[in-house]
Write a protein that binds this ligand. Structure first.
Ligand code: 3JN
Length: 337
């Protein structure tokens, strides 16, 4: 359990990655009460420095005693490293907020989006899981609708930015675009196909049921966060040539009738959600417009005319912010409250 303090010793593990960078920036921007910030990454980054509040902080490599004295560690170093290092960190008395999929479905680990289930923080045993980016932005929108009209089923199609894969994928989109515009053959190293001027219906590995891991994360994580196994989610996850910001098309079937206007007012009052919906003025959420912003933006809210109780909408959030770093920092903020 975390002891109450004025200021905390905080670590970011995976500090040099796209999400790690964003975690440092988010801690600084939100003025998280930090006594000392420690940064960890793989050995090849050891000795590099990263800026925090006007100072340069040295990146360290991890060892068995790294976590001594650390209060909170934000992990974004991949599932394999979390599997090894999160229990070591928790054992040294540090609370781990882990951005990987490693612990998300472990029944002894809470999976938390503070706007939805901050009550689950009460039973953590040293590790708290941060959900998948596509799940986070969806559940902040689903929860208030579920409370108002009980959701039976969601059909979601995602349009995910390349930053979800990391810096290498962002570089690849830029390089492929430049190559194509200069009549050079683009090279594909990160994805199995060209991502520039293309869309790929494939995120993460394929499973035996024909879905990808990303799709099943959305199905399974939603039930756990919402604390309701009856909410059915079927997903198709798609990579698009966008640098930052995941978009999702949602078709939501509810038990009780809820009109589009009622959905608008329920969502307008929901924490972390902004209704941005005036199609007559070409106003709807766009990934380019919400880069770096905190909230999940919702537009194109309309009734599904093919079923009695159905709603369609379009939601967009910054995958590196609410989809990752911001949600992790908000968990830390809820913990110290
Ligand atoms: O591709 C995206 O937009 C999101 C990617 C998430 C991701 C990528 C690699 C490994 C995850 C995740 O957060 O679920 C993982 C993982 O931890 O399994």
């Amino acid at each position: 359990m975390l002891k109450k303090k004025q200021k905390y010793i905080v670590a970011v593990v995976g500090a040099t990655g796209a999400v790690g960078n964003e975690m440092i920036e988010t801690l600084e921007k939100r003025n998280f009460p930090i006594e000392k910030l420690r940064l960890f990454a793989s050995e090849k980054s050891e000795g590099k420095t990263l800026p925090y509040k006007g100072a340069e902080i040295k990146v360290e490599a991890l060892n068995e005693s790294s976590f001594k004295g650390i209060d909170i560690a934000l992990f974004s170093a991949g599932a394999e490293r979390s599997k090894i290092w999160a229990p070591i960190a928790a054992k040294s008395g540090c609370v781990v907020i882990d951005n990987s999929s490693e612990w998300r479905m472990d029944p002894t680990v809470p999976l938390v989006v503070p706007e939805v289930n901050s009550h689950d923080l009460a039973w953590h045993k040293g590790i708290i899981a941060n959900p998948n980016c596509s799940t986070i932005q969806m559940v902040v929108v689903l929860k208030p609708i579920h409370d108002a009209a009980k959701i039976k089923r969601v059909i979601v199609t995602t349009f995910q930015a390349v930053s979800g894969t990391g810096k290498k994928a962002m570089d690849e989109l830029l390089l492929q675009t430049t190559d194509i515009l200069n009549f050079r053959e683009p090279k594909c190293t990160v994805y199995p196909h060209q991502i520039a001027f293309n869309v790929l219906p494939h995120i993460d590995k394929f499973l035996e049921n024909g879905y990808t891991k990303e799709e099943m994360k959305m199905t399974n994580e939603t039930k756990k966060i919402m604390g309701d196994d009856s909410v059915k989610v079927t997903a198709t996850t798609v990579r698009v040539p966008v640098f930052r910001g995941h978009s999702e098309s949602l078709n939501i079937e509810t038990e009780k009738k809820i009109t589009a206007n009622e959905v608008r007012s329920v969502l307008a009052a929901a924490p972390g959600v902004v209704v941005f919906d005036a199609p007559e003025k070409n106003v709807y959420p766009l990934p380019k417009a919400i880069e770096g912003l905190d909230d999940t933006y919702v537009g194109r809210i309309r009734e599904d005319e093919t079923i009695p109780n159905g709603i369609n909408m379009w939601i967009v959030a910054d995958n590196l912010k609410k989809g990752a770093a911001l949600n992790a920092v908000q968990i830390a903020e809820a913990l110290i409250k």
